[in-house]
Design a protein around this ligand. Sequence first.
Ligand code: ACO
Length: 343
Amino acid sequence: MSTTQIFKNPRAKHGFKGRTCSITSVGSYVPERVLTNAELEKLVDTTDEWITSRTGIKQRRLAADAEFTSDMAAQAARRALENGGLTSDQIDLIIVATITPDMLFPSTACLVQQKLGARRAAAFDIEAACSGFIYALEIGQQFIMSRTYETVLVIGAERLSSIVNWKDRNTCVLFGDGAGAAILQHRPDAHGLLTACMGADGEKAMLLCMPGGGSRIPATADSVEAGLHHLQMDGKETFKCAVNAMLNAAQEALRRCEVDISQIKLVIPHQANRRIIDAVSERLGVRPDQVFVNLDKYGNTSAASVAIALDEAVTQGRIQRGDLVLMVVFGAGLTWAAAVVEW
Ligand code: ACO
């Protein structure tokens, strides 16, 4: 454990019977195709000025026709493996967080396992929408802490362009495609993932959903005609819930670790809307230089959002070993989560 400890590890009350779990490397991938606000002006009744001022988004990435969630996930994973000096046969478990799996089944994680040639790895998906990456980190951590596995690959990956209604200006301007990956391992002398506060409110499940395609409304000509296979959202209500839930989760995570927000080197919030990020940041009392923002380039990539941002923050040198990082997310479900990590 580090000598100059400036926080409390909530797991210490259990006498560290489990091992600590660190994020030992990260990687990300975004598709080449850029869709600008100017191009969207030609698709729906919108303007660059509206999108920029109401959301902060300037452009987003779109997957190629034959590029699927599993392809982007595998690319991000290859980069994380390379950055960590690891090979795919060292992976014990693959968890993919996504709401846009290649298919309802088999899991996208199994397709990624095949693409990586990670034959030893168990594999499954989890679905917690935009909160999926932190949910998956917390799940993956359990396997490291319990000494079940040595190396867990966690991926957030989305091809949201395939479920967006490109005729609905309320939603199509917001989303993009991409993937981010993290390797979880025990690193001696490090606390790593200190805590993750997760929450959900199924009462508000219908605020943000895709009604068709599951067992409730299987695909029929009528369901397709009615647009039930597209993402639907009550933006205004979702916005309010997002600010409150992210703030509460972040404060609870900090409280558990007895960390003041001023000790956090970088806050990496879910990249959905600049106004949500600003409202949460202001209420948390963080300085602008403490907050990582890249949604101007990618829009909301749901489960991939914080994973891509984390990789970019590391690549840009904004996080160094020993720094405290706060990640905070919110999404459909409703779901939310906040994690404090000693990098
Ligand atoms: N271009 C121009 N006008 C638009 C557009 C657009 N692209 N979209 C909506 N408008 C119009 C609306 O029709 C409305 O017009 P009206 O007043 O004539 O009806 C007006 O702009 C204002 O609409 P609001 O909904 O009030 O706009 P708001 O300021 O709330 O911003 C937004 C909308 C950006 C969707 C915002 O509510 C938001 O970001 N919500 C949260 C989204 C989110 O965080 N999702 C989280 C998770 S996503 C996941 O889990 C997959």
